[in-house]
Design a binder for this molecule. Sequence first.
Ligand SMILES: Cc1cc2nc3c(=O)[nH]c(=O)nc-3n(C[C@H](O)[C@H](O)[C@H](O)COP(=O)(O)OP(=O)(O)OC[C@H]3O[C@@H](n4cnc5c(N)ncnc54)[C@H](O)[C@@H]3O)c2cc1C
Length: 446
Amino acid sequence: MRRRPVRRRDFLAGLGAGLGAGLAFPKLALGTTRTPDVVIVGAGAAGIFAARALARRGIGFVLLEAKSRIGGRAFTESESFGTPFDHGCSFLHQADRNPWRPLAVEAGYSLLRHGAGETVFVGDRRATDAELEGYGAAWQRTNQALRRAGAARLDIPAAEAIETRTGWSQVCENWIGPMSFAADFEDFSTADWWAGEATEPNDMIAEGFGALVAEVGASLPVDLETPVSAIDWSGPGVKVGTPRGILEARAAIVTVSTGVLQADAIRFAPSLPPATRDAIGHLPMGLLGKIALGFAPGTRFDIPANDWVTYLTRSREAVFFLAWPFEADVMVGFCGGRFGWDLTRAGEAAAVDFGLGELTKLIGADARKRFVRGRFTQWGRDPHMRGAYAHEAPGHHGARTALMTPVGDRIWFAGEAVAGGYAMTCGGAAMSGRTVADRVAATLGL
Ligand SMILES: Cc1cc2nc3c(=O)[nH]c(=O)nc-3n(C[C@H](O)[C@H](O)[C@H](O)COP(=O)(O)OP(=O)(O)OC[C@H]3O[C@@H](n4cnc5c(N)ncnc54)[C@H](O)[C@@H]3O)c2cc1C
């Protein structure tokens, strides 16, 4: 993406707290009942920061995570390429305000301020100065058109804000749309774009953003492999259902993606109010995918490390690369929007083949000769994410704010989708988790 002390296990021994209205919870082995003040659903950036905020105040919480790992959409692994590869977030956007940055510094992570270096191709050659001027002018025109619509408070598809298109316009739209907003220009709102904070400056972490999030969360008590399937808020508090038991608390902080909420993976009883359901419905998940290509050691194709690699195209079926991050022998391609969803359906082999094919058009046959292996991230297939991150559908600006309104003062939503100007980012998700935890504490008088 370019631009944005609590003990735990005992509750799972079984909480025969009674069944909520209409919810078929599994029968449980009875054991010790635990009653934390707050249940946090999801141990991604928002859940981790919410838990830290509650722990600081000495408020009892239980943190439940569906997966066998924490971090959510922040995830680093080194198996694929022998070097850290972030499947999800990798840039600390708004680095001077990003709450992850001081944690990274404190923990001794290696940070790199990422500049806007870009190697631009036209076919199999580098762009001329005149072509680069045309590219720059297209950026200006595209940004101006979006700014004009945003400043006029227009809540329209970004595509409708663009009046003049030139040869380079599609390249700029690919960057701003699929590769940043994770959505095509037809699908996201100018008002949502306008509401977003500028993403600069951007820092990268050599060890991986996901590694940092996992390390920060490692000190927290988390119940892994505990998917929440239902939340009953018919009484004064909440009863949270999982395959391993029911947990009672005074409030729940729900940090799962809007994709998970749209899929009704968590059933609410009674149903969520219409305004909340509408908000969820108008925050569809976009898709940003990474096609990562690993090459023989020392391969560089004369492209500087950490440069973006862009090429002239009139198609949205494109992939732009981050070259050799931290001098790793890897090109990380970004693609997204509707085409990203298509590639997700086509599968990893097809996506890698597409990425390598595009790179071969720029570099020549050497690209295939030096290629070792590729990966394509699977966020669109992951039942616990169902996409990359959420945008407001055109005509529905305000959906993010509406979802910030707590339900019955006991169900609170947090995460990237409700992070205001920092929406869609890992830093924004963390801020949202912390803010919501503070509001929950104030509301409960804790
Ligand atoms: C490819 C890609 C690139 C990105 N690049 C950047 C970037 O460079 N910079 C940046 O700042 N951001 C980036 N992002 C966005 C960033 O990763 C997310 O905004 C952020 O990580 C979201 O955090 P969250 O806590 O809101 O949600 P999540 O990380 O999704 O956390 C929610 C957690 O809830 C869990 N869960 C789901 N269902 C249940 C259930 N029923 N019960 C219990 N737990 C459940 C999930 O497993 C997950 O762990 C990128 C995202 C993607 C996909």
